[in-house]
Ligand binder design. Structure first.
Ligand code: ZN
Ligand code: ZN
Length: 241
């Protein structure tokens, strides 16, 4: 969950409805307190909860334009324009006083995006599920108050894993996932680093929080960034912007 300007947003819907409601309740919130759910792309780990969330809540969903058709199938015809909206990657949007900018990333799902948010006092960048970062992505990370950045794997662990060859190729490709090294060299190369970073989307097979911590030390990230957090898939990570 992202809280900016006193408003709450969710990014992606890859957990069950039960985990969603329990997670919100732990913060003293319900789904009615959420302004909208923004979707980065339609891989299962990012949208598996969406059909049930849609059915059991009054949440609004905002999805990449190319994903609209696929998502609307599980929502019924009248969702469009009432609880289902789309965005065009590369354009600016204002949502309940918060500016957000979805920007394209290279990944093997149609129209995958990262998000830059700005409420006029704080900037947050969300960047996961991408095979490589370019100048534009770095621009969104530079000087941000908080960045959520994918640190997915160690390439040599992927190579020796029991994954099928095609899946290994997919993860390691320029349309796959950021390795620890790719993520941390991106941070280390920024002239104006962000204040705080959450490293996330860690593979449970080809990575570990210990590996990520070693890489953080190796790249000297704590010399340039005030705080580094490593997000777990199992429990919530809370960071104040
Ligand atoms: Zn993913
Ligand atoms: Zn993905």
């Amino acid at each position: 969950m992202l809280t900016l300007g006193g408003r709450h947003f969710l990014i992606d819907s890859g957990i069950s409805h039960r985990r969603l409601t329990e997670g919100l309740a732990a913060q003293g919130l319900g789904t009615d307190d959420i302004e909208a759910v923004l979707i980065t792309h339609t891989h299962t780990d990012h949208v598996s909860g969406l059909p049930v969330w849609f059915r059991k809540t009054a949440l609004r969903f905002i999805v990449p334009e190319m994903a609209l058709r696929r998502v609307s199938v599980c929502m019924g015809g009248d969702a469009l324009g009432s609880r289902l909206f789309s965005f065009v990657p590369g354009e600016d949007y204002a949502l309940d006083g918060i500016m957000f900018h979805p920007f394209p990333v290279e990944h093997d799902a149609p129209e995958t995006v990262g998000f830059g948010f700005d409420d006029g006092t704080a900037r947050f960048t969300y960047l996961t599920d991408l095979g490589g970062a370019d100048e534009r992505h770095m621009g969104f990370c530079a000087g941000a108050d908080l960045v959520f950045l994918e640190a997915n794997h160690e390439p040599e662990l992927v190579e020796v894993s029991s994954y099928p060859a095609a899946l290994k190729r997919r993860i390691l490709s320029p349309k796959g996932h950021l390795s620890n090294k790719q993520a941390l060299s991106l941070l280390a190369s920024l002239k104006q680093p962000p204040r705080k970073v959450i490293l996330g989307h860690l593979s449970e097979v080809n990575n570990s929080p210990e590996r990520v911590r070693e890489r953080v030390d190796e790249f000297g990230i704590l010399r340039i960034v005030n705080e580094v957090h490593i997000a777990s898939q199992r429990k919530p990570t809370t960071v104040a912007i």
